[in-house]
Design a binder for this molecule. Structure first.
Ligand code: S3P
Length: 452
């Protein structure tokens, strides 16, 4: 464990209408990448709207340890990068805490450098498989000097003197795997190609293009994307305005849908189509969500989301939608609990390797709070009831997972009895203002002594 030495229990209870405007913090995926690419580029990168959460600040520490200068100046973060190909060997192990994105993308970043790096993390991160990024990096010449069984942290890596470009077809739909290979390619001579049969979030390709990397994307007749990148190009510092995180907006959004008479606007939310699967699904369920003021900011579409209490009905969520809402299934399961009939979610195998085994964590949490659900190998079925009668009264094990913690606090805002979670501290990894912003909108939360 790193900073989270003392768990803190919390409870939520049935609340009256949630109202007002809210701004959620910056997108986590774009925030990590802004610091990494800024730290690597020549010259100065200025970032506004950066998510200042524990996960992201650990990425800043990692880049500092490799020679980048990173400082907060007024409302912006200013990064002076090392120049592509010029990262320095860090003197200490990286401690990535809970952050899978930080750890996996940094493995890619350092994987083509002739240096030794060591990766550590908390109990959750140490249980997650790293082989999915290490396998392609091994093909490029990386040595995994030491690893816990199953390619898990703590891990020591030694990069090759000259990395080899590869063509790699990603075996799982994972933006982290795609990104790790593309980042290793930045310091690899020649052209590296990643083939992505199922499209995942495209922030790495988009942002690296903005920084000046030579990237080409082609789509073949099977609709697989071939992303080719020419290594060793010059990257130049950029101005980045990080839009609000749709994966954080998901919590107040669903809260407004399930708490009677609610009417909320969540401002400045990223609307990149690789991230909007939840909104589409909720709309299919009958949710009253309006996209206001759609606009482009920093090369990405953003919008203000107006959500009002809605009568939801169950739907089937197809497996091919999973990559565009992969972090949103826990909160979708909460929306499904308040929907009439069955919601069936398919293609959930990747949920088993998130900050926790999210499929079983969600099913367990729903069951202890009286909600009828069934967990399959890669499926979840939830039978909801709109009035929340009989819901609540249970204590949820969050397994060091921020999204499990926030989802179940939202569940309790419309349930008959309060919902307790065993630990709210992990929320700081992605959405430190969650409790404060939700309370200001009318949510009834209570901190409990110890882990109750
Ligand atoms: C992320 C990719 C996703 C997502 C994670 C952030 C990224 O992980 O769950 O929260 O920023 O690339 P996978 O690539 O493992 O699906």
């Amino acid at each position: 464990m790193t900073v989270h030495s003392r768990p803190r229990a919390a409870q939520s209870r049935r609340s009256s209408a949630l109202k007002g405007n809210m701004r959620v913090p910056g997108d986590k995926s774009i925030s990590h990448r802004s610091l990494m690419f800024g730290g690597l580029a020549s010259g100065r990168t200025r970032i506004t709207g950066l998510l200042e959460s524990e996960d992201v600040l650990r990425t800043a520490d990692a880049l500092r340890a490799m020679g980048a200068l990173i400082a907060r100046e007024d409302d912006a973060w200013v990064v002076e990068g090392t120049g592509n190909g010029c990262l320095l060997e860090p003197q200490e192990p990286f401690d990535f805490g809970n952050a899978g994105t930080g750890a996996r993308l940094t493995m890619g970043l350092v994987g083509s450098y002739d240096m030794t790096t060591r990766f550590t993390g908390d109990a959750s991160l140490s249980s997650r498989p790293m082989g999915r990024v290490l396998d392609p990096l091994r093909q490029m010449g990386l040595q995994v000097v030491e690893a816990a069984p199953g390619d898990r942290l703590p891990i020591t890596l030694r990069g090759p003197r000259h990395a080899a470009p590869i063509t790699y077809r990603v075996p799982v739909p994972s933006a982290q795997v795609k990104s790790a290979v593309l980042l290793a390619a930045l310091n690899t001579p020649g052209v590296t190609t990643v083939i992505e049969p199922v499209m995942t979030r495209d922030h790495t390709e988009k942002m690296l293009t903005g920084f000046g990397a030579a990237i080409e994307v082609k789509v073949d007749k099977e609709r697989a994307r071939h992303i080719s990148i020419e290594g060793r190009s010059i990257l130049r510092g950029q101005q980045i305005a990080v839009p609000g995180d749709p994966s954080s907006a998901a919590f107040p959004l669903v809260a407004a849908l399930i708490v009677p008479d609610s009417d909320m606007v969540i401002e400045n939310v990223l609307m990149n189509p690789t991230r909007t699967g939840l909104i589409l699904t909720l709309q299919e369920m009958g949710a009253d969500i309006e996209l206001l003021n759609r606009r482009f900011a920093g090369g990405e579409e953003v919008a203000d989301l107006r959500a009002r209490h809605s009568r939801l009905k169950g739907v089937t969520v197809p497996p091919e939608r999973a990559p565009s809402m992969i972090d949103e299934y826990p909160i979708l399961a909460v929306a499904a609990s308040y929907a009439e009939g069955e919601t069936l979610m398919l293609g959930l195998e990747e949920l088993r390797v998130k900050e926790s085994d999210r499929l079983s964590a969600v099913a367990e949490g729903l069951k202890v709070n009286g909600i009828d659900c069934a967990e399959g190998e890669a499926t979840l079925s939830v039978h909801g009831r709109p009035d929340g009668k009989g819901f609540g009264g249970g204590k949820v094990a969050t397994h060091l997972d921020h999204r499990i913690a926030m989802s179940f606090l939202v569940l309790g805002l419309a349930s008959e009895k309060p919902v307790t979670i065993d630990d709210e501290t992990m929320i700081a990894t992605s959405f430190p203002q969650f409790m404060g912003l939700m309370t200001a909108a009318g949510a009834m939360f209570e901190a409990l002594e110890g882990n109750a």
